[in-house]
Write a protein of this length. Structure first.
Length: 335
């Protein structure tokens, strides 16, 4: 199966977070041929019920290629034109999976060993697959994490700090608001204070940003609401500790700020001769820590079309990525 065919085959398997089993099975079966041909080993690393990472390696996996197999919703199937492959996950990250598989196949066929492929679940929500893999390191010295960087080595990536902000009140008939306590009004006041936080800045990573992603609450228009919730996502440029304190101070007694996820910003490795960039999104790299080696971040495609109805990946970048992944591996292995 060629590079474009494998990309489309993966895109056409719906794998929204928590539903990665089918695409994991597909990859496991697909990689078994390379394992048999080149004397490797493959396993399913259990994560949760019907959820697993796929890990294949040939010799000691000094260099491990890794990315995630889950996608954001909604699913839509692949299509293809002269320049692009379209579909959910095309660039985030099923085209990257295909490029990694083909790069490793080319390296193996030329006699290079000490390679691994690690495909994990859950990156789009909480990185549960990467956290699980971090508990079972396999001796990798370098991990090449795949995300859309337009085939540039990322020198750093922002972190993530997610909160649920919960407002609590007391129900009453809306004709008699003095008998109730509006959770929605409390939540709105808390969110307004959050928007006033002075967020950190970094000379390389830029400014930290805050997004109020969802708001839910209330019972009916004529009922004083007893509960309301907002989900807030902050892109970190540091370890997040100062921002954590600022969030708690801003919310105060208006609502409850429940931390859901915290990944610090990271600085990443570079290699001579590669074009570089800095990315504003978060990856699995903080979840891996150093368990799988020194991290590098690289992949075809643009993050600007990921998570959209226009998701696509340039065929030219896919082809280029297969060659560049091989070059990165050779540089790191010294072969």
């Amino acid at each position: 199966m060629n590079l474009f065919e494998l990309t489309r085959a993966l895109v056409d398997i719906e794998s929204i977070t928590d539903n990665e089993e089918r695409v994991g099975d597909y990859l496991f079966e697909h990689l078994q041929a390379f394992v048999a041909q080149y004397g490797g080993s493959i396993e399913k690393m259990p994560v949760a019920e019907r959820r697993f990472n796929v890990f294949a390696h040939w010799g000691e996996p000094h260099v491990t290629f890794s990315t995630h197999i889950d996608t954001v919703p909604p699913f839509f199937p692949s299509r293809e034109d002269d320049d692009y492959i379209w579909g959910r996950g095309a660039c985030d990250t099923k085209g990257i999976i295909s490029a990694m598989v083909h790069a490793v196949q080319a390296l193996l066929s030329s006699g290079v060993r000490n390679l691994g492929l690690l495909f994990v679940v859950g990156e789009e929500r909480n990185s549960i697959g990467a956290y699980t893999a971090a508990k079972s390191p396999r001796g990798s010295k370098f991990i090449i994490n795949g995300e859309p960087t337009e085939n540039k080595l990322a020198l750093g990536s922002k972190g993530a700090l997610r909160y649920e902000i919960n407002g609590k009140g007391r129900m009453a008939h809306s004709a008699y608001p003095e008998l109730g306590e509006s959770a929605i009004e409390k939540l709105i006041d808390a969110l307004q204070q959050l928007r006033k936080i002075k967020l950190p800045q970094d000379p390389v990573l830029g400014a930290s940003t805050l997004n109020i992603g969802t708001i839910t609450g209330g019972r009916a228009p004529n009922v004083i609401p007893d509960a309301a919730k907002a989900e807030v996502f902050i892109r970190l440029v540091d370890d997040g500790n100062a921002t954590r304190r600022a969030v708690q101070a801003a919310v105060g007694n208006l609502a409850e700020a429940q931390e859901v996820l915290c990944k610090p910003a990271v600085r990443l490795g570079s290699l001579e001769g590669f074009e570089t960039s800095v990315v504003s999104y978060t990856t699995d790299i903080p979840a891996f820590g150093t368990a799988w080696g020194r991290p590098f971040l690289f992949g075809p495609g643009s993050i600007h079309v990921a998570h959209t109805t226009e998701e696509r990946i340039p065929k030219r970048q896919l082809v280029e990525a297969v060659k560049l992944y091989q070059r990165i591996a050779r540089d790191l292995l010294g072969v």
